[in-house]
Design a protein around this ligand. Structure first.
Ligand code: HEC
Ligand code: HEC
Ligand code: HEC
Ligand code: HEC
Length: 511
């Protein structure tokens, strides 16, 4: 918690625009760049939720679209959707979702019919959650990932950077024998980009290391704008045999001359921690823009390092990044400003993308139902499996006789109906949600599914104190030490419990 709180975010909201830094780029190396640098002035540490609240006050679509400030072109950027087309499951102010992302872009195209634009992704569009039994991608994950490809095809993503999270699924569609079929069905896979992911074996196709996209027409008139994209990722937790992930900074360095020669603007899509993004900028001053994904539910404001403008995509694309590009008439140089559009209920959904999401949801629900049936069969075998010290889960009711007051506090708390919350949201079989809304999920003898382990729904005593059967046999043995906030943080994450504050939360359930 402390670590999370200490993370520093600086942001500035100006009217409808979130204007954080402006600079000129596209200048040739060696020339004296006249930069206008307007860095963030509010030095208060802020987080994405503060940002969301500030944005939420902009309650008109016109405000979200921003004014016509003479922009010539735009690049929309998102990232970290992790195999899901859904709006996030966050309890407060749910944001994001593919249909709103596309809905906003449609709106933009209507508002600015003469502004050419591209739509890119910084990476982690696939999930890499493994099935704990086999170690392979979980079955529902594969289904979800495939729907993301269909949606990105429909949304016509122009450049899609690969992160290490994307590689297990990539191995499925970049198999030499399969690749042709995937390209025929969903040509967007050709626009998967990475300069530092190479196949180890000839049986896998290599992603493109860089791509040049040309924008023209409309306000650009006949003077086309050529944008060179280079994609890189850190190696992260990828342990697969199919691909090798080399040094991202070296990969960028070796491509720059080739890309620079063919493009007016060099944009790196980077899936790296912020310190590495900054090193990349420092070591490669010829990069004009870095659009980066960091894989964490934090929102970092744009910064400028040397000649390079850096903007981060928002986790789960809850905010859609919009890099507006301006040409300075006199110098002919390009200038960029990133703004962020909150994807909340105000943004109309794109109907076709929404239809894809709904179809994905139906197929996922069917797969998850099959899971439950299989898990039920397995549970007959493992039901009496025990934790390390041999203790099993007994359920809260067993505590009531000896800890009546603690029991009374618990029944009155939200923890006692955490599962009903999932049922209301129709997500009671979704592994993405179960972990924190039941007792002992994925632990020996813990919650499996609502049929075979209905006594372990909700956040019961043992979700915090651990399995208690041994304690019941002998209450004098040491049992169940748990601290605040350590005992709370696995579930009360920044993402799922934005207002979590140890003292006031503990006071509500003190027993
Ligand atoms: C048969 C009566 C009995 C039942 C049933 C019982 N406990 Fe206890 N529990 C005790 C007693 C007695 C102590 C105090 C032990 C001591 O101080 O030596 C205790 C202590 C505890 C402690 C504090 C341990 C410590 O070291 O401070 C926790 C936590 C606890 N129980 C949780 C539970 C939970 C959870 C359940 C139900 C799953 C449960 N108990 C069921 C009798 C019981
Ligand atoms: C196993 C996951 C889990 C753990 C561990 C956990 N919580 Fe929760 N907590 C939840 C969930 C889920 C909810 C939402 C319940 C609902 O309303 O559906 C919640 C809600 C709450 C609420 C608001 C509901 C109410 O009763 O007013 C408080 C307060 C709270 N938790 C405090 C704590 C504290 C303090 C800790 C640590 C000692 C803790 N929680 C540990 C999952 C957890
Ligand atoms: C990492 C743990 C975690 C996961 C995973 C999780 N939740 Fe929660 N959820 C919580 C906690 C903790 C709260 C209580 C937040 C608070 O009050 O501060 C909560 C609260 C909620 C609430 C509001 C309950 C109320 O009535 O106030 C809803 C709805 C909800 N969760 C749905 C979901 C859905 C749907 C998913 C799956 C997409 C999910 N959650 C996944 C931990 C989690
Ligand atoms: C959300 C997590 C959570 C849940 C659920 C929970 N407890 Fe606790 N419990 C704690 C924490 C944290 C402490 C220790 C707080 C402290 O350090 O004072 C505690 C302390 C205790 C103690 C020791 C109290 C003392 O006087 O030292 C007992 C007994 C206990 N819990 C029993 C239960 C029982 C029985 C239930 C279910 C009816 C339950 N708890 C549910 C988190 C939880």
């Amino acid at each position: 918690m402390v670590r999370q709180l200490v993370s520093i975010f600086i942001l500035l909201t100006v009217g409808a625009l979130v204007l954080l830094a402006i600079r000129s780029f596209g200048s040739k190396p060696g020339s004296v760049a006249e930069e206008t640098v307007q860095t963030a002035t509010s030095q208060q540490p802020k987080d994405v939720f503060e940002f969301e609240r500030a944005q939420a006050r902009k309650t008109t679509l016109a405000g979200r679209l921003g004014g016509d400030d003479g922009l010539m072109a735009a690049i929309f950027f998102g990232g970290d959707i992790l195999g899901s087309l859904e709006v996030c499951g966050c309890p407060k102010n749910p944001l994001g979702g593919a249909a709103r992302r596309q809905g906003y872009i449609r709106l933009f195209a209507e508002q600015y019919p003469d502004v050419p634009f591209l739509h890119v992704d910084t990476g982690s569009f696939f999930s890499d959650r493994a099935d704990p039994m086999t170690g392979d991608l979980a079955e529902d994950v594969v289904v979800g990932n495939e729907w993301v490809v269909r949606a990105y095809e429909h949304m016509k993503l122009d450049v899609v950077n690969l992160s290490y999270h994307d590689l297990p699924q990539l191995a499925r569609c970049f198999q030499s024998g399969e690749f042709r079929r995937h390209v025929a069905e969903t040509p967007v896979v050709r626009r998967f980009l990475s300069a530092n992911v190479r196949s180890r074996e000839t049986s896998y196709v290599n992603p493109q290391p860089y791509m040049i996209r040309e924008l023209s027409g409309g306000r650009l008139n006949r003077r086309a704008l050529r944008i060179g994209f280079i994609g890189v990722t850190e190696a992260g937790n990828y342990r697969g045999r199919e691909f090798a992930v080399s040094d991202p900074l070296g990969a960028v360095r070796s491509l720059i001359p080739r890309v620079r020669a063919r493009a007016d603007l060099v944009v790196v899509l980077a899936y790296l921690p912020p310190e590495r993004v900054e090193s990349l900028a420092r070591e490669n001053p010829e990069v004009d823009v870095i659009l980066a994904g960091i894989g964490r539910p934090l929102w970092l404001p744009p910064t400028t390092i040397g000649r390079t403008y850096i903007a981060y995509s928002a986790y789960q694309t809850k905010l859609l990044g919009e890099l507006r590009l301006y040409r300075e008439e006199r110098s002919g140089r390009w200038r960029g400003v990133a703004r962020y559009v909150e994807l909340d209920g105000l943004i109309p959904e794109d109907p076709a993308t929404e239809a894809l999401r709904a179809e994905a949801r139906r197929e996922l629900a069917a797969v998850q139902r099959r899971f439950v049936e299989r898990a039920m069969a397995a549970s007959r075998r493992t039901r009496h499996a025990a934790s390390g010290d041999g203790a099993t889960f007994v359920g809260s009711r067993a505590c009531q006789p000896c800890h009546a007051s603690a029991y009374a506090v618990w029944t009155a708390s939200g923890h006692a109906h955490a599962f009903a919350t999932l049922q209301k949201a129709k997500r009671e079989s979704d592994p993405q949600c179960l972990g924190c809304h039941v007792t002992g999920y994925e632990q020996p003898g813990g919650f499996l599914n609502v049929f075979s382990t209905s006594q372990l729904t909700d956040v019961q005593c043992e979700a915090c104190h651990g399995p208690a059967s041994r304690h019941l046999e002998d209450p004098t043995r040491p049992y169940g030490k748990v601290g605040v906030p350590e005992g709370c943080l696995p579930c009360h994450t920044r993402e799922n419990s934005p207002d979590f504050e140890p003292l006031s939360y503990w006071t509500k359930i003190k027993h």
